[in-house]
Design a protein around this ligand. Sequence first.
Ligand SMILES: [Zn+2]
Length: 198
Amino acid sequence: MSETVILEDNKVIPVSILKEAKKALSFYPELKDVHIEFKYKDNIKKSFMQAQPEFSNLFKGKENRSYNIYISSRFLIEEEEFTLSEVPSEVITGWLGHELGHIMDYREKSAFGLVIFGFRYVTSSNYIKEAERAADTYAVNAGMSDYILATKEFILNHSHLSDTYKERIARLYLSPEEILVLVNKLEEDLEKAEQEGS
Ligand SMILES: [Zn+2]
């Protein structure tokens, strides 16, 4: 699973997601000269993938920065565990496209701005909303809307939410990450309510 390929000198990609990563990257010619490493990492908090600037070269100027996209080999929707091989190819492509959208957003920020960003991201839900919206907007503008929708539908179709609720979430224009967090939070709340016998 950890065997990697180096694409055009600056993209490090595990063979297992090479097809999807190439597809997603093809929508972002702006990232051609940007060094990006796709790596497996378990225990990504509450998500499937996560894009981050590489800290070791963060302060060496915008041009010299590199980025990591961490991918979990498994993730949860409600109580069901999914491994990467169970996720349809277009859903992986869409999710990678969303993460590349985060990188497009990070590129615009100063190093100091990114440090502040990281802090706000973990402390403010409004800030998360803003950052997630920015990533999806980049992905949609890059022409990836069908893939982004596929990722959202995949999560919603594997949850036990009512159709009315699913429609409401779909209307809210949430990012795949936000939907995943929301779906899993609702599941936890339900369980808690059941345990309390209400
Ligand atoms: Zn995101």
